[in-house]
Design a protein. Structure first.
Length: 323
């Protein structure tokens, strides 16, 4: 011990005193923060990187910077899941009518049920491919409708659309955006859109960026769930997808586009703001601006003359049947 102290150029008394000294407040706080970061990372199914883990620990009451969170994650070997490239899953039928691109890559909406986007991806299982169709509300990035099947017929997409319509009860005029896949351009699918007064919009051929929100959702789903597991049966994959969408993604997964809120929390934030705007404003608050989670500012009106309709969500148990 004496030789080690000489090599380190410290006194023996100082070395033994440091061993008897209780941990400092800073080191104790660091240990507690490391535990909080590990819990946040584990709760995310080990998919979050430092930005979302930072948002989690901040929401838990920690006043800590993102760089410190990132440094602790590097030291502890905690990493997020990197995304993969987009892949096309639908085929274009040149004999079917194509709708114009009304959306034109304008993905930011001011209220729910203004624009929905939809697409299909596939999941590998030991029983063969399982296909997933989703419908996403561009305002909150919430998956409002989805369906799985072992085929790519139009019925798969119609099931997802029916769930979305049943849950959200949209007004006529909602823009429904998709790629030019034969399922979405089919007469049966467009007949349902017309029946409910939904306006059809389609991406330009071969351009995945025109439907980037859904492609981004699929990329995250594949990276954080599908590519991490091997599914024996269609039922196993369907169960995992159900839990991912309904339990984790819609309710808990933080979204960078939504100011690190989950889709459900972002819609709740919007409803609270709409309710406050419908009330007479206190004179000292007139003209003040409120902060939108997405980063832009909104001016609080003196008195709101219009109300934002709250779309009811019908809770129903959906039985997954593989056709």
């Amino acid at each position: 011990m004496a030789m080690m102290c000489r090599l380190l150029e410290v006194s023996r008394s100082g070395f033994y005193a440091s061993r008897r000294r209780p941990p400092s407040a800073r080191s104790t706080e660091t240990v507690r923060l490391e535990v909080a970061i590990a819990v946040a990372h584990s709760t995310s199914r080990k998919t979050y990187g430092s930005p979302r883990v930072h948002a989690e620990v901040r929401a838990a009451g920690w006043a800590v910077g993102r760089k410190r969170v990132a440094a602790i994650m590097r030291r502890k070997g905690l990493v997020g899941r990197a995304r993969r490239r987009f892949r096309r899953t639908t085929e274009v039928d040149p004999n079917l009518a194509i709708a114009p691109n009304i959306l034109d890559r304008e993905f930011r909406m001011s209220a729910p049920n203004q624009t929905w986007a939809t697409d299909i991806t596939y999941v590998r299982t030991w029983e063969g491919w399982l296909y997933l169709a989703v419908v996403i509300d561009l305002f909150s990035r919430r998956v409002v409708g989805w369906a799985v099947a072992d085929h790519l017929r139009t019925e798969l997409c119609l099931d997802a659309l029916s769930m979305a319509i049943g849950r959200r009860l949209p007004d006529a005029g909602l823009v429904h955006h998709s790629d030019r896949g034969c399922q979405y351009a089919s007469d049966d699918y467009r007949r349902i859109l017309r029946r409910h007064g939904l306006t059809c919009s389609m991406s330009r051929k071969g351009n995945c960026w025109h439907n980037a929100v859904v492609e981004s959702f699929f990329s995250g789903l594949e990276t954080e769930l599908i590519y991490r597991h091997a599914y024996r049966t269609h039922a196993d994959a369907a169960k995992a997808i159900t839990e991912r969408i309904e339990v984790f993604y819609n309710r808990h997964r933080r979204h960078s586009t939504l100011g690190m809120l989950s889709p459900a929390d972002f819609e709740d934030f919007h409803r609270r703001n709409a309710a406050e705007a419908a009330q007479p404003t206190c004179p000292r608050n007139r003209g003040k601006a409120s902060r939108d989670p997405r980063g832009h500012r909104r001016t609080v009106a003196r008195r709101a003359t219009s109300r934002v309709r709250r779309a009811p969500i019908v809770s129903a148990t959906r039985e997954l049947t593989i056709a």
